[in-house]
Design a protein around this ligand. Structure first.
Ligand SMILES: Cc1cc2nc3c(=O)[nH]c(=O)nc-3n(C[C@H](O)[C@H](O)[C@H](O)COP(=O)(O)O)c2cc1C
Length: 403
């Protein structure tokens, strides 16, 4: 479960008359789960698709609809709603409502409060693909982008009207990450990052392998954090079955050798490398072509050493910031310092893998960050998302210090 990335944020969710309006129900729940307070404003079209009652229950708040509602008039909602929120999110946004925004119309509550608002506006269009690609809609989208509203591009695919093309409401994860980005400093914008995650598997025969207990959670949290901060992310992942966040390039590998090749191939193109994967140090010297049979006797395995990816990167570094992880069960600081120097790293994150709430599998972690300049930062027990953000605070500080 992700951390409360939207804690204390007040989001006004505008829901318009699209067949995708039902997806705004899940969006409301998800934003609240991340800590946001959500106020829903339904257009008259929106209210034809999902009842205000549903949104009132899901948001645990008053739902706004018609502009001329005597019950609310004393609070001047058409002005105050825009003023009292940190973000206006319009999802789904119809062609009609986008045209209203582009034309500066104020003939319903949502369009009026958007005109009067001083907070960011995020628009997620959803409509038939011919409606979306029509020059009128495209011109309107350009217009609202020029006003500073952010438009989340729709997905392409089959639609309720049995046509295919661009116009589907973006996936929930895409909309949520666009919202999170609004509230996150974009201090990795323009940076290309390579992040590795998960374990590797070293085959012994077609059905057996050697691996380790890495869950991939820390590496995936790092990838999410880097994306949130505006970075361009390549995630090289061992097999861990986690859902990759939207908006990154995923390279799936199995063995340490495959990870070595995937990382080395991309190293020259990136600015920052965070090596969080738990790469097997050894592999079975031979992989049997058929399943090994039980023969009633002991079996001795010969292991061959795998290439040390971090060490290789350290020798080939040309200005990249190189961050390593050290999973230690004793003598953390000394072992981390030694690894930092031996592998020519810029930073090392030392992970205590002995505690129940730290290291592999857990959703929380407690790490110590060491930089090449000798700074030592001991972080408290945090969620892996918070740990990832703290690691990037240090990376950004290091990048800002000139390299
Ligand atoms: C079943 C149905 C589905 C619709 N789906 C969409 C849609 O996905 N996107 C869109 O822009 N308009 C859609 N419309 C048309 C809008 O509801 C219509 O343009 C309405 O005036 C929008 O008003 P609003 O933006 O105030 O909600 C749909 C209409 C119907 C009857």
């Amino acid at each position: 479960m992700a951390a409360h990335t939207l804690s204390g944020k007040k989001i006004l969710l505008g829901v318009c008359g699209s067949i995708a309006a039902y997806k705004a129900c899940d969006l409301t729940r998800h934003l609240r789960k991340l800590g946001a307070e959500v106020t829903v404003v339904l257009t008259s079209g929106g209210a034809r698709f999902v009842s205000p009652l549903t949104f009132a229950a899901l948001s645990a708040a008053r739902v706004y609809g018609p502009m001329f509602d005597a019950q609310d008039a004393h609070t001047i909602p058409h002005i105050n709603l825009g003023r009292d929120h940190d973000l206006i999110l319009v999802a789904p946004a119809t062609a009609q409502t986008i045209a209203r925004f582009a034309g500066g119309l104020a003939d319903d509550l949502l369009s009026t409060l958007v005109l009067a608002a001083d907070c960011p506006v995020l628009v997620c269009p959803a409509m038939n693909s011919r409606m979306f690609t029509h020059p009128a809609t495209q011109a309107n989208l350009e217009k609202i982008s020029a006003f500073g509203y952010q438009v989340v591009p729709p997905d392409s695919g089959p639609m309720a009207c049995k046509e295919e093309g661009p116009g589907r409401l973006p996936e929930l994860a895409v909309m949520v990450s666009a919202v999170e980005k609004v509230f996150t400093p974009q201090d990795l914008a323009g940076k290309r990052l390579l992040i590795t995650a998960g374990p590797t598997e070293e085959p012994l025969d077609p059905v057996r392998y050697l691996s380790n207990r890495s869950s991939g959670k820390m590496g995936y949290a790092l990838a999410r954090a880097a994306l949130r901060r505006g970075g361009q992310v390549v995630l090289v992942s061992g097999p861990c079955g986690l859902e990759p966040p939207p908006g990154l390039e995923l390279v799936s590998v199995r063995t340490a050798r495959e990870m070595y090749e995937a990382v080395l191939e991309r190293f020259a193109e990136v600015d920052i490398v965070v090596k969080c994967a738990a790469v097997s140090d050894f592999r079975p010297a031979r992989c049997a072509p058929v399943k090994l049979k039980k023969k009633g006797a002991d079996l001795f395995l010969e292991l061959a050493a795998n290439e040390d990816i971090l060490h290789t990167l350290g020798t080939r570094k040309q200005g990249q910031i190189l961050v390593g992880f050290a999973a230690e069960s004793q003598g953390h600081l000394a072992a981390g310092k030694e690894k930092l120097a031996a592998k020519n790293l810029d930073m090392i994150v030392i992970n205590d893998i002995q505690g129940e709430s730290t290291g592999f599998q857990a959703d929380t972690n407690q790490v110590t960050i060491l930089t090449r300049e000798g700074a030592v930062q001991e972080l408290p027990l945090l969620s892996k998302e918070e740990t990832a953000m703290a690691i990037f605070d240090s990376v950004v500080a290091l990048a800002g210090g000139g390299r």
